[in-house]
Design a protein. Structure first.
Length: 168
């Protein structure tokens, strides 16, 4: 099963928003962190917004989670940016034989088993939240968030982060 980079980029962006609650996390900032194009990030933001996970303020680009980070599961994110339809995840040839006993049966038979795989994926991804990942990253860094260094890095990169001037 192949999943596009949209899922991991979406998770990355949501963790950034949860990790830096006092910084305006723009698509440009996420793009720099991910190493991707801001347009790609904005497209993913659009899908997350449509799914009711993210709020993006017009003009300022201010992004906020619409739910608490501990209420957003990886499955929520997956569904927002990828398909959960079994026959879209696992593609079949459009030219299966109606005459061959295998060709005429494989799609219907295999979809039963593939649905089970998608159900297991859903169950697994539903167990992890954005908040858990945010906490794991914070723990992994094994230090207090160094806001002055983060602000300096973003300013050096040319980003306007003046959401909360008390951080400076």
């Amino acid at each position: 099963m192949r999943v596009s980079t949209q899922f991991t980029i979406a998770v990355h962006a949501l963790i950034m928003i949860a990790y830096f609650p006092d910084i305006r996390v723009t698509s440009e900032m996420v793009a720099q962190s991910v190493g991707n194009n801001p347009v790609t990030i904005r497209n993913i933001y659009g899908k997350l917004k449509q799914a009711g996970i993210l709020s993006v303020q017009r003009g300022t680009g201010d992004t906020t989670l619409t739910k608490q980070a501990n209420e957003i599961t990886l499955w929520d994110v997956y569904k927002a940016v990828e398909t959960d339809a079994v026959d879209e995840i696992f593609k079949f040839s459009d030219t299966l034989s109606d005459v061959c006993p295998i060709g005429s049966s494989i799609r219907e038979l295999l979809l039963i088993h593939l649905q089970e795989a998608v159900t297991l994926l859903k169950d697994s991804l539903s167990k992890t939240t954005i908040e858990e990942l945010r906490f794991e990253i914070e723990t992994h860094c094994n230090k207090k968030v160094d806001f002055p260094a983060i602000i300096a890095w973003y300013k050096k990169s040319g980003f306007d982060i003046d959401r909360n001037s008390s951080l400076e």
